[in-house]
Design a protein around this ligand. Structure first.
Ligand SMILES: C[S@@+](CC[C@H](N)C(=O)[O-])C[C@H]1O[C@@H](n2cnc3c(N)ncnc32)[C@H](O)[C@@H]1O
Length: 304
């Protein structure tokens, strides 16, 4: 069954045909991917064959595997996803890595409640060591970033927003399933975060993987993306690629404590624009690269 599935997806010229065949057949047989290799002797039922065939036909039509099996792994945890919710991407894990490093430098990581001041830590933000470490996310989608940060930085207080009620419902369900405490808020752009900052005080960290595809880049997207994933998660307003980058650098930084950080996921071609936008506002910044060597994360520290 696995051989047939692999051969079918290879004929369809799907680059990850081996992995995807295993994921789809495992889902049809209701076992883990590893579990597949332990049940070679087990007869499969007609219903299981029908289900696997249905999955493979859908994948052959370029429906994303994550939507077919209803989940995608992010930072070693499964996140449920479905139509209307962006599928988490591996490069977004870089934001988590960096957020963890920044929190750890302040002694927040792994320390519930009040966090200790580490020797020599650079501390412009969170002057009062008893204050919670406050994180805000704009455009949470499946909740993969906010939930992962809540679990990886247990001392943090997190608010995550999205304009899409469907996405937020999924994020909330993922948070509950994984045992993460996050304040979820449906809302448009930076307004809900500005209200939260006005009410409870500014943030230590604002992060976002905003829609950053320009109108002229639509033709470069794979059918899995352009035909299936939500447009509002992909395309920036007015098809202006740098729309959210510009707004986050201008208005997002204002929501941070002095010494707080802004982390924004970038498209590979946005590095230069990110540096220019920061320079124009007198902000020093760093553009970090992903494992493929492409510009991927803008990091800005609000001056102390
Ligand atoms: C690229 S996706 C990122 C999703 C998730 N954070 C991730 O990394 O997988 C961008 C998200 O921003 C949301 N979004 C788009 N426009 C928005 C707006 N005006 N206000 C709030 N969220 C918005 C989309 O619904 C989508 O979930």
């Amino acid at each position: 069954m696995l051989d047939l599935a692999k051969a079918f997806l290879e004929r369809k010229e799907l680059p990850e045909w081996r992995l995807e065949a295993e994921l789809l057949v495992a889902q049809a047989l209701n076992v883990s991917r590893m579990g597949l290799f332990l049940i070679f002797e087990r007869p499969v039922s007609g219903a299981e064959v029908d289900l696997a065939r249905d999955f493979l036909v859908r994948r052959g039509r370029r429906e994303p595997t994550a939507y077919i099996i209803g989940k995608r792994e992010f930072y070693c945890r499964d996140f449920a996803v479905g139509p209307g919710v962006l599928i988490p991407r591996p490069e977004t894990e870089l934001l988590v890595d960096r957020a963890r490093e920044l929190a750890a430098a302040l002694g927040v990581e792994g320390d519930r409640g009040a966090h200790a001041e580490p020797a020599g830590a650079e501390r412009g933000q969170g002057e009062n060591a008893k204050e919670p470490y406050r994180i805000a996310e704009l455009g949470t989608g499946s909740g993969c970033l906010a939930v992962t940060l809540a679990l990886e930085i247990p001392g943090a207080e997190i608010i995550a927003t999205d304009i899409s009620a469907r996405a937020l419902e999924q994020a909330r369900a993922n948070g509950e399933a994984l045992g993460a405490v996050v304040h979820w808020q449906v809302g448009d752009g930076l307004a809900p975060l500005a209200e939260c900052a006005a009410r409870n005080g500014p943030f230590d960290l604002l992060l976002s993987n905003p829609p950053y595809i320009g109108g002229d880049e639509a033709g470069e997207l794979a059918p899995e993306v352009i035909d299936y994933e939500p447009r509002e998660a992909l395309f920036a307003p007015g098809d202006e690629r740098d729309y959210w980058l510009r707004r986050l650098v201008a208005e997002g930084v204002e929501l941070l404590k002095p010494g707080g950080y802004l982390l924004v996921e970038l498209g590979a071609a946005q590095g230069a624009a990110a540096r220019e936008l920061c320079a124009a506002r007198g902000l020093s910044c760093e553009v970090r690269r992903d494992l493929a060597g492409l510009d991927r994360v803008l990091e800005v520290r609000r001056p102390v």
